[in-house]
Structures are given as C-alpha cells and as structure tokens.
Write a new protein. Structure first.
Length: 567
C-alpha cells in the first residue's frame, strides 16, 4: 500500500500577496505583537513598518486591511513592488515625477476598489474612474506608452483626497487608511524621495497613510522626518524573543497538513535548528523546508518521504539559506550600481565580523557563545552605509549600544543565525553538533561579545578613503565622471547619459534566478526565454508552460522570481 503523501507546492508560496484569501486565513499565525501593530495601522496617523526582506511586513498589512473592514474603516492595500519599471522615466523624461505620481495615484484608486469590495454594507462603491481604465493606464505608464493615456483620465493628489472624503461621507465612515507595501525598496533614490513627499502630502485628518519600508536602502525626501511625519514600527521577530520558537512552529502547523508537521516534529532538535537559522524570517524557514521536501532537484514531486529531517540534509538546507541571503546582499550591486565598491568591500567586512565572532566563541560553553559583535563609535558614514545594506538583506541586525565608560560606546550588531550555522561559528569544533547549537541559541548571553573598531577591521586609519562611488564613465570615450552631478564629459565634451538600473536588471541572464541548472537549461532549450525581461513579457506564461515539467504552479513561481529581481 502506498501511504506516501504529496505536498501541494502552493504551501511554499513565499510572498503573502500571492496567497489565496482562504489560504491566507488558514496559514497565517498571530505575530507576538500583532494586536499592538494592527491597532497602530488601523488608527489615525502616519506609520512606517520596517524590517528585512521576508520578515512578514506584507502579512501584517493584509491583516490590517481586513481588520479595518471589520472596524468599518475604509482601507486600500497597494503593492508598489514593480515601481522600478518606471525608473527609466527618470533618465529619459523631463516629466518623470509627474508620471510616477500619476502611477502611484492610480494604484491607490485600484486599491480603493478592493477596499470598498470587502467593506461590509458599503453604500457607494463607484469611483470617478473605472477599474478598466485604471488597469489600462497603469499598464500604459509601466510600458512607457504615456501618449495612449487620455488627458481627462489623469488624476491629481487633490482629486484623490476629495474622492476619498466623498466616499467617507457617503458611507458614513470617519477614516481611510492607505496600506502602501514595498514603498521604499523597489524605488530608485529619486522615486523614494518623490514617494515620501507624496506620503507626507496625502496625510490628513481623515486619511492615514501607512507604508512598509526596508532598513538600509530607504532615501527619505529632505522635508520628511521620522518621528515628526511618521512613527516607525519594527515587525521583525527577534530569534531571542521568548515566543519566537512557538510562533514559527505555529506557522508550520497552520501551513502544512497534520501529517507533514508530525513528520517535521519527529526530530525536534533539527526542527529547532531550522527555526533559529531562519533568523526571524518566516520566508527563510519555508525555503529551507522546501529544500528538504524537494532536495536539490526542483522538478521532483515533493513526496513526504523526502521530508525526513536528517543532520546532513538539514545543514545543507541551512547553508543554502545563508547563500541565498548573501546573494540578496550582493544583488544590490545591480540595483544600486553607484555603491558597487561599498557592497564589494562590505562582503569582506562581513566575513571579518564572522571570523572575529568565531574566534571569540572558541572553547566556550553554550552560555558563552555569541552572535553579537560590538563596533566602536564613531562609525564612518561609509561603513554605516555598508551596515545598512547588510541589514536590508538580513545579514546583520542592530542590537542597541553598549557604553563602556572610558573605553567608549559600541554599536551592537547580531549576525544572521544561518551564517552562524553555515560557518560553524559556535564552539569552533570540527563538526556541527545540532544539540549543542540549539542549546547555544537558547542559552547564549547577549552581554558577552567581541569588541572591534573599523580601523582594526579594515587595517587602516583612513577607512573612508577605501570607499568610492562607482560613477558610470563617458559612453563615448570612457573617461571617468568627476562627480555624480556632471552633465558633460570633461575630456570629449559629450553629454553624459544616465544608466537605467531597470534595464540592467531585466537584461540579466535567467541563470541569476534561484533555479537549478537543469531547470534553466530546460527553459532555454524548449523556449525563447533567455533574459529576465523575456519572463516579464511572457504575461500569460505561455512560453514557460511550454517547457516540460513546468505547469501552472511552477510557471507562476518562476514569474514571481523574475518580478523579485526588480522589487
């Protein structure tokens, strides 16, 4: 008798916005501070929720959307993750800001339709622009076809504010909340600054904007000030929190069938090791379970028999998680090309942090192990920028500061737990003992850690001199630019053109996607897809589905991977 159980691949969906509503309700679990966070998101006032990729910001925003409806509050959820499609406007069009704001307005109008649909007993559900025209205009702007947009369908900030006020009066509501997701992650620096001006201006007594931002890569407008213009709320769940393991286990219990969760629970030590390695990011935990279910072959059927937790396979899954996190950091070289040198140096900087902590832990007992390092203040602005990029990827997390009297003040940073396991940072023994590692994660002291200075890390007293902005040279004679504001080449006099980050990203080969070599070879053999933009242009996924072993679920997953490159 065949008692193998197949795992529905949809349970491994990483982004909450792609999960079906019925599944979302069943699969999610309450955040330890959910009641407080949701209350702030559904109350008056502007808020910014922050945390590294995969920590659950979208889930919290979607929960706030439905909670607002239950409180008879109008809410609109808007995802701005594809905003980089508009970045070429800033290189080619003098009216870039106008079209970017127009796009943001249309996305909010689209979100209002959804919000009115889920609002119980809404009396007025129509807006001054039809859903069809909204969708059409959004597509036209994203594709650069602005000449196809009718002038009478253009909107202004005043139009949106007045229309929201009218909706509130017609439906006897007191407030509208705007839940703006991926607001300062996908945007270019110019877009981010324009967004925060928009965010500041749309706020009123009856309109409360809330936005999800990312640490380390956010550029606020000069007139925007955190604390004054918006309160910042962290939603990242620290692995040292008392409720952390229970929260992650609850997520697994809700997401998977009972038989699957029982299978995972057969080895509680290895399951805990995976949970700690996820470092507070549910997405990473699901990715590791995905690796265990499918192995290295993403074309397998994911039968339950492949999901047995064993030491070797678990450590491989954790190592893959760390590599994936490191690649998110390294991908910033494409998304933020001007900081290419910073990110390169940050790579070796991070490795030095790991080796320093590893040497410090050597020979210590479980309660003498640490994931924290102290860096002495003042920290150069260039190094602070690098730390911000590492924080965005989730490789480091700020953990406060430590005042050491005459010895100075140290900024504390915790290193990603997957890197601790992958690089065998605890104990420094030859092999990894899962029991010892779990014990160390559970009992380690946050008061014991190595202390360093940036001068010792980089082995120089002139740390700032090591970092240079990577400005694109003259396209005609390749002479370096003298500064980022230069308009003409100092050698040949040619006009200096700006490089589109979006074009650079979408023209990458598909081998940068998190797919096996065999999968990539199969796609190239059986379709015309070669670059990321080929996947983005395959709107109905017909090309992808023509490839053997790629059905509806995998086609959607690969399309999501491509979208994540520009998000």
């Amino acid at each position: 008798m065949n008692n193998q159980i197949e795992i529905d691949p949809s349970v491994f969906l990483e982004q909450a916005e792609y999960i079906q509503p019925d599944d979302f309700g069943r699969w999610t679990v309450a955040h330890p501070q959910e009641e407080t966070i949701i209350k702030k998101l559904t109350s008056p006032g502007a808020k910014l929720i922050t945390g590294p990729r995969g920590c659950g910001k979208t889930t919290i925003l979607l929960k706030a959307l439905h909670t607002a409806a239950e409180k008879n509050t109008l809410a609109a959820y808007v995802n701005y993750k594809t905003s980089l499609k508009l970045e070429p406007f800033y290189k080619q069009n003098a009216n870039a800001q106008f079209w970017f704001v127009q796009w943001m307005l249309l996305k909010i109008y689209d979100g209002l339709y959804d919000g009115l649909h889920i609002l119980p007993n809404a009396k007025v559900k129509a807006l001054s622009i039809t859903r069809e025209d909204i969708k059409k205009n959004i597509r036209s702007i994203e594709n650069g076809l602005i000449d196809k947009i009718q002038e009478d369908s253009l909107k202004s900030l005043d139009d949106l504010q007045n229309e929201i006020e009218n909706l509130l009066r017609a439906n006897s509501l007191s407030r509208c909340i705007l839940l703006l997701d991926d607001a300062a992650h996908a945007f270019s620096q110019e877009q981010q600054e324009d967004f925060f001006e928009f965010f500041r201006k749309i706020k009123s007594r009856s309109i409360s904007p809330k936005a999800a931002i990312y640490p380390g890569v956010t550029s606020f407008s000069p007139s925007f000030h955190i604390g004054h213009d918006a309160e910042e709320i962290s939603v990242w769940i620290n692995p040292t929190d008392v409720n952390y393991v229970a929260f992650m286990e609850g997520l697994l219990r809700n997401r998977f069938p009972e038989e699957v969760f029982s299978k995972l629970s057969e080895n509680p030590t290895l399951l805990k090791l995976i949970i700690y390695a996820a470092n507070g990011m549910p997405r990473y935990m699901l990715n590791m379970i995905n690796t265990l279910a499918y192995g290295e072959d993403d074309e397998s059927n994911g039968e339950l028999s492949n999901l047995k937790l064993e030491r070797v396979s678990t450590l491989k899954a954790i190592d893959k998680c760390f590599t994936s996190t490191l690649n998110i950091y390294r991908s910033l070289k494409k998304k933020l090309p001007i900081y290419h040198d910073f990110i390169e140096r940050g790579d070796s900087f991070f490795e030095t942090l790991i080796s320093t902590i590893k040497n410090f832990n050597k020979g210590g007992e479980a309660d003498r192990q640490t994931t924290i390092i102290g860096i002495k203040n003042p920290i150069e602005s260039e190094v602070a920028k690098v730390l911000g990029f590492l924080e965005y990827a989730g490789l480091v997390s700020p953990s406060g500061d430590s005042k050491r009297g005459a010895k100075g003040v140290y900024e504390l940073y915790a290193i990603h737990n997957a890197s601790i396991v992958s690089r065998n940072v605890f104990y420094s023994s030859r092999g990894i003992n899962p029991n010892n590692y779990v014990q160390a994660f559970e009992t380690k002291s946050n008061q014991i850690y190595p202390r360093v200075t940036t001068e010792t890390i980089f082995n120089t007293k002139e740390v700032s001199a090591l970092f240079e902005l990577s400005l694109p040279p003259c396209s005609k004679c390749q002479t370096p630019r003298i500064n980022e504001d230069a308009k003409y080449c100092i050698k040949c006099g040619s006009e200096l053109t700006l490089v589109s980050v979006f074009e650079q990203i979408v023209n990458q080969d598909i081998d940068v996607l998190p797919l096996t070599k065999r999968r990539i070879q199969s796609i190239k053999k059986h379709s015309k897809i070669r670059k990321i933009k080929d996947i983005l242009m395959d709107l109905d996924r017909r090309q992808l589905r023509s490839v053997p072993m790629i059905g509806e679920i995998w086609a959607k997953r690969i399309a999501n991977y491509a979208e994540e490159q520009i998000a």
